[in-house]
Design a binder for this molecule. Sequence first.
Ligand code: SAM
Ligand code: SF4
Length: 330
Amino acid sequence: MNPLIDPFGRAITYLRVSVTDRCDLRCVYCMSERMRFLPRAELLTLEELDRLCAVFVARGVRRLRFTGGEPLVRRGFLDLLHNVGRHLGRGLDEITVTTNGVQLAEFAEPLFAAGVRRVNVSLDSLDPTTFARIARRDRLSQVLDGIAAAQRAGLRIKINTVALKHDNAHEIPDLVKWAHGQGFDITLIETMPLGEIDEDRTDQFLSLTRVREDMTSYWRLTDLPDRTGGPARYVRVEDTGGRLGFITPLTHNFCEGCSRVRLTCAGRLYLCLGHETSVDLRAPLREAADEETLHAAIDAAIALRPKGHDFQIERLKTPATVRHMSVTGG
Ligand code: SAM
Ligand code: SF4
């Protein structure tokens, strides 16, 4: 079967799948306290998600990352993972999960049993009060218990931290030291203008170029060539021995080698995190029994893939896209 190659010659080998837009936290940069979730009929069923994953693997996707919303709140998520696990070693190299960690204590072992070996856990503060302010829920201890359980279960862990000017800027060096002390990689993320939230994003935006410059006054950072086909650039912090990533969509262009596309929980395929260009795969999935129609819809979508994103810092106040990260899946 033909591999998926976009108009700029980039092979699509990575699919990020949002399995729900629901979440048990309400992070201030991600969604409003009164976030309205999609009606259930609009969500892809577990069978539909499984079918789409199979089609993408057949077309050359080697890595699948499940995300949300919060993937661990979707009922039947483990069954989906077990089913998708049949592709491991048969075209698929890896299944990973991005989670807020709240329910990880319960899920760590089942995730490992389903074939997951790496998880990304989002953690923006180690201070309970700051955590509760950012996540609008007091759940730090559950997240830390979840991380410990994931370690015990044998899962490799990467921490994701959104850098926020007022809330956690001062804590970033401590978060990096803590993560590296536990043997985890950590990636810092700039806030992206996705979806309506309650706050002013320009007020929260913290340039990671600045953070990195500040760090060089007290740490030795060595650039690493590591690429994951995505937006992160990595350095080694010589003083801690750990790996630190920077995702800087607003200050640095990362599109050139991008191999990833995103499927929303409602079945829209987004070709780029920062572009509205998307194609509905739910209708062909539901209407056509034959796989050809589905393949044709995916081909048509990939042919529309833009060269790069167009986020701009001046536009931070008004979202560049109306969708939320919780729908597209980060
Ligand atoms: N709920 C899971 C979690 O928090 O890890 C998975 C979904 S969440 C949308 C995926 C990642 O996107 C998280 O690391 C989160 O911090 C990040 N994120 C959410 N909204 C963002 C925004 N507007 N700008 C930058 N990162 C964002
Ligand atoms: Fe939920 Fe993740 Fe969004 Fe936070 S970032 S509200 S945990 S989906």
